[in-house]
Structure formats: C-alpha cells, structure tokens
Write a protein that binds this ligand. Sequence first.
Ligand code: NI
Length: 245
Amino acid sequence: MKLQHATWPEVEAYLKDSQGIVIPIGSTEQHGPTGLIGTDAICPETIAEGLSDQGILVGPTLSIGMAQHHLAFPGTITLRPTTLMAVIHDVITSLKGHGFKKFMFLNGHGGNINTTETAFAQIWAEHSLAREPSGLAMKLFNWFHGPRVRRLIDELYGEADGWHATPSEIALTWHAYPDQMRQVPLDPDQAPFGEIRDCFDYRQRFADGRIGSRPQMATLDHGRQFYEAGVADALEAWSQLVAAD
Ligand code: NI
C-alpha cells in the first residue's frame, strides 16, 4: 500500500491495524559515467515496492539527501545535514500526529546515515528533555547492508563492489528501469578507494565519480537477484521493528 495512492479514509482504516510506515530515503547525485543520478533514491523505492505489495504502508520517497561531496559533478543536488534533519523531523512529526509510531527509513545512500540517525536522536532528545514519552520507534535500514544483499555482493563482486557507483546498486536500477542501462569504457577498470571530504577534493581524487567500484560487472539478472534479496532483508528488518514493543 502506497501513501501516495491512498485516500485519507484508507489511511485512517490502516491505522486501526498498524501504526507502522516505511519511508524510502535516497539522494540525487552523480553515480559515475554509467550510473543514474537517481540511483540512491531508485534503489530503496524499488525495494519498497516489494514491501508495499505485502500490505505495508510506504510513504513518499525522500529523493534528495546529504550529497555535498558530489556537488562538483553536474546534476547533483544536496541538502545540508541540518536541512535534511529538519525534513526528517517534520515528516515524522506530521505522521506521528496521525497516530503512526513505528518508522522504518529504507535508505539508499551512505551519506544519509549519520544525518538520519542524528535526526532520530534529536527527536528522542526533545521528548526526553521535556519528560514526555514519545512512544516512537525509529529505525534506519540501509538496503545495501542487509545480510542477503551483502552475501550476494561478496559472491558476485567481492571488493570490486567498491563504495560508490557500485555494480550492486546499478544492477538494481537496471531491474527497475531496464530501458536505462548504460555501458561505456571506464578507466581505470576499478576506481580507487579513499577518504571523502568536500566536493572539490572528491573530484580530484575520484575523477569519474566512482569510488573503488567496477560497475561494468552489473547485469540485468544481478538486478533481479538484488531486488529479491533486498525485499527479503527489508521485510525481516520491518518484522523486527513491528514485533518489538
Ligand atoms: Ni549510491
């Protein structure tokens, strides 16, 4: 069930049985010469489709994340960490007012992790300082860290999955949008690893935008496998959140 495709009476009825919602969160940023700018939003949104098919309510994808380090490449859009925290805060507060209590942020971008966790801590801190129980359970689930997905990455790519513009995420976008597959020669074959600082430093270290990855290894069939593994991992994470008090 998708929030965007529901009516308010349907949401009201859903809330009588469940107070949980999944919010896909991603980014709009360069993904090397072959990866789509929307990769990090497309991946969690695609996996969320599988959760929605199981009757879980899925909110609108937060498609713009914290991607300052990619700004030296055309097309990237970023929010400051403080802006993203404010967005997460207001999304959760809006839904909390309707009776939602369990939130799983299904994330597709490593650069969102610290900011999202801090946004959760900020909400809990406000309630703790005011001595008002929040009654909220908030969980960040990174699809690329799920156990089945990690096993598949190790099996298919090993270290060549790298850190950015990875064959795993690119394969998953191909599964979602098979008419958007791209392959061009890449040099070096596997990109270098290194630290992430500001966007100028990033472009100097990682000339074509990739970090440590060899996205040429992606195939459409891998994309299907990542979809299935990703949905199974996310369902497991959701069940744990819902089962917990
Ligand atoms: Ni990515």
